[in-house]
Design a protein around this ligand. Structure first.
Ligand SMILES: [Zn+2]
Length: 388
C-alpha cells in the first residue's frame, strides 16, 4: 500500500521533500487506482486521501488498543483509546467531506493490518514511533497543499496535526503514570471527552471552548468503549426514544458479560431484512465482538420487545390472571423488588431462570416488577419449564 518510511528521505533539502511529496502522490494513486483529475486541487485531494487513510487505520488500531486495555482491566485507558478511535473517525469523516466538496473521489483503503501488544507497549509505540512519524508527515502534507490554497483543506490538515499532538501528550502522561512507582505520580483520568467538530480529546470534563477549533464545550461527547454503538443507535431514525434506550441496555449487558476470547461469525444475511433495518446499526462496518453479538441476537431481542409491548393488563386470560394472583399472594401487592428477591432466592433459582429474570429487567428497564413485567416473565419462563 502507500506505507513507506519517510526517515530514509531525511533532511530538509527541498529536493528530498519534493521526492517525498511525489512519492506520496504516486503511492496514493497506485494504491487506490483512482483518478483525481476531476478536481481542481489534485495535490490537495491526494494529501487528504492519504490523511483519510491514516485516520481510518488509526481508528482501527485504537479500537484494538482499547480492547487490549479492557482485557488488562485498565478501564480508564480503555476509555482513552476509545476517545482516540472516535477522534480518528471524526477526522476521517471531516476529510471525506472536504474531498466531496472538491469533487474528488473518496476511495476506501481496504482492511489495514493492526498489530496489538500489551497496553504499555501500545502507548510507547504511539509516543515513540507513530508520533515522530506523524511529525514528519504533517509538514510535508501542508507543504504539498499550500500552493493550491484550499483554505478548508489547509485548516483540516493543521487541526489534524494539533489533535494528533494532543493525543500524544495525553499518552505520554498516561505512560509516565503507569511507569512510576505504584502509579502514584499522577492519577490516570477515567473520563475523556471528544470534540465532535475537530476530534480534540480532553481528559476530564471540558469547561472551556475547544483549544483547537474554538467550538463550544457543548460540542464535546463523553468517550467510552461503546461510543460507536451508541452513535449508531442515536442516529437510527426507525427507533423511538424508548426503543433506543432498550437497545442500549441490551448492549450494556453484552459489553459487561462478553468473553473477549469468543469468536463470532455473523451469518451473511444478518445485516439484511426487516429486523436489522429497524434495530440494526446502519451500513455494515468492521463490527467488534460485542456489536456482532448484538446483531446475532437481534431477532430474539425484537421478539421479546414486541411481546412486552403487546401486553395489555386489562385483557388478560384466566391463566395470566391466576399467575398474577399467585405472585401477589407470595410477594404482596406492591411492585416486586427484583434485586432483593433474587438475592433472597439465590441458589434456589435455576441459572436459566436467572437469565430470564435478567432479560425482563433489560427489556423493561425496571428493577421493580409490576404486572406487565410479571406477565412477560411468565411468557418467557414457560419454555424453560419454570412453574411459578
Ligand atoms: Zn474542536
Amino acid at each position: 500500500m502507500y506505507k513507506f518510511d519517510l526517515r530514509v528521505l531525511g533532511g530538509n533539502k527541498m529536493r528530498h521533500r519534493s521526492l517525498a511529496i511525489l512519492l506520496s502522490i504516486l503511492c496514493v494513486a497506485l494504491a487506490t487506482k483512482t483518478c483525481i483529475a476531476a478536481t481542481q486541487h489534485p495535490e490537495t485531494a491526494a494529501a487528504l486521501q492519504l490523511l483519510r487513510n491514516d485516520e481510518i487505520r488509526a481508528a482501527r488500531m485504537y479500537r484494538a488498543y482499547a480492547r487490549q486495555a479492557h482485557t488488562e482491566k485498565h478501564l480508564n485507558i480503555e476509555s482513552f483509546f476509545a476517545a482516540l478511535g472516535w477522534s480518528a473517525m471524526i477526522r476521517a469523516e471531516a476529510t471525506a467531506a472536504v474531498l466531496n466538496q472538491m469533487n474528488a473521489t473518496v476511495v476506501s483503503s481496504g482492511e489495514p493490518d493492526v498489530r496489538v501488544s500489551n497496553t504499555k507497549f501500545n502507548l510507547r509505540l504511539m509516543t515513540n514511533v507513530e508520533g515522530p512519524k506523524m511529525d514528519r508527515r504533517y509538514p510535508l502534507l501542508i507543504e504539498q497543499i499550500k500552493g493550491e490554497g484550499h483554505a478548508v483543506a489547509i485548516k483540516t490538515v493543521t487541526h489534524a496535526w494539533k489533535v494528533d499532538q494532543g493525543h500524544r501528550r495525553l499518552a505520554e502522561s498516561i505512560l509516565s503514570s503507569m511507569e512510576s512507582f505504584f502509579g502514584i505520580a499522577a492519577r490516570i483520568p477515567n473520563e475523556f471527552h471528544v470534540c465532535r467538530s475537530c476530534g480534540a480529546v480532553q481528559a476530564g470534563v471540558p469547561e472551556l471552548t475547544c483549544p483547537i477549533c474554538a467550538g463550544p464545550f457543548s460540542d464535546y461527547g463523553l468517550a467510552h468503549a461503546k461510543w460507536r454503538f451508541y452513535r449508531a443507535i442515536n442516529e437510527n431514525s426507525r427507533l423511538n426514544a424508548e426503543e433506543k434506550a432498550f437497545a442500549k441496555r441490551v448492549y450494556d449487558h453484552i459489553h459487561a458479560t462478553s468473553d473477549p476470547s469468543e469468536n463470532v461469525t455473523l451469518a451473511r444475511d444478518a445485516v439484511y431484512g426487516e429486523v436489522y433495518e429497524k434495530w440494526g446499526l446502519g451500513a455494515p462496518w468492521d463490527f467488534c465482538l460485542e456489536e456482532k453479538l448484538y446483531i446475532a441476537q437481534l431477532a430474539d431481542m425484537a421478539h421479546v420487545w414486541d411481546t412486552y409491548k403487546s401486553i395489555n393488563t386489562h385483557a388478560l386470560d384466566d391463566a395470566d390472571k391466576a399467575y398474577l394472583q399467585e405472585m401477589r399472594d407470595k410477594y404482596g401487592v406492591r411492585p416486586i423488588n427484583l434485586r432483593r428477591e433474587r438475592a433472597r432466592e439465590r441458589g434456589k433459582v435455576a441459572p436459566e431462570v436467572q437469565k430470564v429474570l435478567e432479560m425482563v429487567e433489560i427489556v423493561s428497564g425496571r428493577t421493580e416488577f409490576q404486572d406487565e413485567e410479571l406477565i412477560l416473565l411468565r411468557s418467557l419462563i414457560a419454555p424453560v419449564g419454570f412453574a411459578g
